[in-house]
Design a binder for this molecule. Structure first.
Ligand SMILES: [Zn+2]
Length: 724
């Protein structure tokens, strides 16, 4: 199990300035060891999107004697210290950010007198990608653009690039650059353009960043916002010349397949410009993308582009690493594990994801993430936007909220992921603070994770599988919008923050999410398995993916490949239970009708009114699951997840009973667990708790059922059942 550290290391009570992270020190190394960290995310060498000489300075530059005095070092020295200790540092490539900073230079131009933070609002010069490309003020670092690109860089029109910042940014349909607004700190003059990776010049530039990071010794490369330029859709992008050219090429491919959208019949695809097309129709953009003409085609074009270029960069990093005699790992920021990442996932070694909404009680989201990651390590990072994090940090700053922080850390692991420890972590572009959690609590949880690694398994042992169909969902999720609304739980505080949409009876319908949320709320252990479309991602679905489950659930899997349809049919023919909720394989004629004929297949109609649909789903689920249920408790407010162990089964129990008044999770007086042991017989039982405190419990057999009664269940416990 990889234990991630969200290692921004930003300063307490100061702004979180991208892209250059604070200097690293030996004290930090000590902390990383104390926190049992094995893998650092967002952790080093971010400054390449200011300039390459700036990045080389981060990597290899001189360190001021007064900083040496306190054990500070440059990033290559820091990485070497981490490598010695087996801690994997991932170089962060802030792919989507292109920076310009206010700067004041010394008279001889050889140093910065001020940079980014300008005192007294003086007049100032600039430093960033623009100056770098133009060799302006190169004296600071002494290297010119041509030192990195001796033959120059040429864009897709064959023109030599003289300003990479303007050349490679994402643009709205008026040609105006889009900004990476979320990293531009309020009331600052610095400028972060949102960049476009569909521009080949930007990819060449990003490769140089990765090369320097690999030369500096990183174990891995993390490509942040690796869905760019789709990132810019909500900011008006991307209609840059390369996106427009490539979209036309995509449309020509559709034409060749006879799938060109009707409204483009007779249109010259050499001169067509989608941005102009939208502009002429006076659409509101960014806005409701569902209503934009041709936007689904544009979206699908971008899905292909982001996969292609993520792979190009991943292959470059691996190839260059091998030239240096190393296997370099590759990951990204698979933000919220949006479906758009599924086609590119095969190019990643580690799954790193920033949560869209960092709130508690997210079992279903973690199960989905674990399903996406499969056998690969998965590291989650919290995110302050639209989340409970600001309130949690306020509490922690006041010496409170420790149990809430414990829950934040442990919940991910309980459900099959890993929550990275926030280490001076991101607090957005407005708040002057970084997330520095209490050390003793962090150590307590991290020690538990280290010492009990065997209780965390990639295999849950669940007998229920929920299928996530990529082709049935990617567009629905895209048009569901970017609503980050969370309900601020006034009464119970941080723990009761919830996302508004799922509880809104008239909210957007997302049958997959509705189903997994219900199952988690009902303490049902289940796995999630993704199914590909066979186009953007190869369809490798097979009987081995479902054979070991007793029940397979298909929530609104409206599109299945022929192979998937056939596999599920065979599974049902072999006696496997199938619960079909709503639309299913609409593209495979007669499939649903045939499936309905099996007596072990249950079809549940998906009513358009959410509460009714869910009520019916629950009823249908209970009917098929009732006699194969393995575990139940008498208190459904406790979160429950099984992990299959080499020599038994672990039942992870998360007690969410936080009392705002006591500022602590109150123990559950008595929890009764019934485990059906028809298939597996258990001998010894061990109950583990975070602080190692012994719990009082009793066990007894009643036919095939093992009863476990736990007294005073604390915030978290793991019941380890050891095979006889
Ligand atoms: Zn673009």
């Amino acid at each position: 199990m990889e234990r991630g550290i969200y290692f921004d290391g930003w300063y307490k009570d100061n702004h979180c300035y991208h892209p250059s992270l604070p200097l690293r020190s030996m004290q930090m190394i000590e902390d990383l060891e104390r926190y049992n960290g094995t893998l650092l995310v967002w952790s080093a060498l971010g400054g390449g999107v200011i300039s390459l000489p700036y990045l080389e300075h981060e990597a290899f530059g001189e360190v001021d004697p007064r900083l040496r005095f306190y054990g500070y070092m440059n990033d290559s020295e820091f990485i070497a210290e981490c490598n010695k200790r087996g801690i994997k540092v991932f170089g962060i490539v802030f792919e989507v950010q292109g920076w310009e900073f206010p700067a004041i230079y010394s008279d001889d131009k050889k140093s910065f007198k001020e940079l980014n933070v300008i005192k007294d609002n003086k007049d100032h010069d600039w430093y960033g990608l623009r100056e770098f490309t133009k060799d302006r003020n190169y004296e600071v670092f002494g290297k010119k653009f041509s030192d990195y690109f001796p033959d120059g860089l040429y864009n897709s029109d064959g023109k030599e690039v003289t300003n990479i910042w303007e050349e490679c940014c994402a643009r709205d349909f008026n040609g105006v650059p889009c900004h990476a607004e979320w990293v531009e700190v309020k009331n600052h003059e610095h400028i972060a353009y949102s960049m476009c990776r569909n521009n080949p010049v930007w990819r060449e530039y990003l490769k140089q960043i990765m090369k320097i990071q690999i030369d500096a010794g990183v174990a891995g490369i993390q490509l942040d916002e690796c869905e760019l330029p789709m990132t810019s859709v909500r900011y008006g992008g991307c209609f840059c010349k390369d996106c427009m050219k490539q979209f036309n090429a995509y449309l020509k491919e559709l034409e060749a397949k006879g799938r060109l959208p009707g409204e483009l019949k007779g249109v010259d695809l050499n001169t067509f410009n989608y941005g102009e097309y939208l502009k002429a129709r006076k659409v509101v953009y960014p806005g409701n993308i569902e209503e934009l003409p041709l936007f689904k085609f544009y979206w699908e074009f971008q899905l292909g582009a982001i996969k292609k270029y993520f792979k190009e960069l991943a292959d470059y990093a691996k190839g260059y690493g091998r030239q240096q005699g190393r296997e370099v790992l590759v990951s990204g920021n698979f933000f919220d594990i949006m479906p758009c990442y599924y086609p590119m996932e095969p190019s990643a070694d580690v799954i790193i994801t920033e949560m869209k909404q960092s709130i508690l009680k997210q079992a279903h989201w973690y199960r989905y993430v674990a399903g996406f990651a499969g056998d690969k390590p998965v590291i989650v990072a919290e995110n302050p936007y639209g989340s409970a994090v600001y309130e949690l940090v306020d509490l922690l700053n006041a010496g409170k909220g420790y149990d809430l922080y414990r829950l934040l850390l442990i919940e991910a692991s309980a459900y099959g992921c890993n929550m990275s420890v926030p280490y001076g972590a991101w607090m957005g572009n407005t708040v002057k603070d970084a997330f520095w959690p209490p050390r003793n609590v962090t150590v307590e949880v991290q020690d538990f994770l280290l010492n009990n690694e065997r209780l965390y398994s990639k295999k849950s042992g669940a007998n229920v599988l929920v299928l996530y169909s990529f082709p049935s969902n990617y567009w629905n999720e895209a048009i569901a919008g970017y609503s980050s609304s969370v309900l601020d739980g006034e009464e119970e505080g941080t723990l009761s923050y919830s996302v508004i949409d799922p509880d809104d009876p008239n909210g957007v319908r997302m049958p997959f999410w509705e189903v997994v949320r219900q199952l988690s709320q009902n303490q049902i252990s289940y796995d999630v398995k993704f199914m590909a479309d066979g186009d953007l991602r190869e369809d490798s679905f097979g009987m081995e993916d479902i054979r070991n489950y007793e029940l397979v659930v298909l929530p609104a899997c409206s599109t299945l490949t022929a192979n998937q349809a056939e596999t599920i049919d065979k599974y049902a023919a072999g006696g496997g239970k199938v619960l079909i909720f709503g639309a299913a394989a609409e593209n495979v004629g007669g499939w649903l009708e045939k499936m309905k004929e099996y007596k072990n297949v249950v079809y549940c109609f998906n009513d358009s009114y959410k509460p009714k649909a869910l009520k019916e789903f629950n009823r249908a689920f209970e009917a098929v699951y009732g006699d194969i249920r393995r575990i139940r408790t008498d208190n459904t407010s406790v979160g429950l997840q099984t992990h299959a162990l080499e020599n038994g089964l672990a039942i992870h129990l998360v007690n969410y009973g936080y009392s705002r008044e006591l500022d602590a999770v109150e123990p559950v007086e008595e929890l009764n667990i019934k485990v059906c042991v028809k298939e597996q017989e258990f001998g010894d039982i061990i109950v583990h708790t975070l602080q190692g405190r012994k719990l009082r419990y009793e066990t007894g057999m009643e036919g095939d059922v093992m009863n476990i009664k736990i007294h005073q269940l604390p915030l978290y416990a793991v019941v380890e059942l050891i095979n006889k």
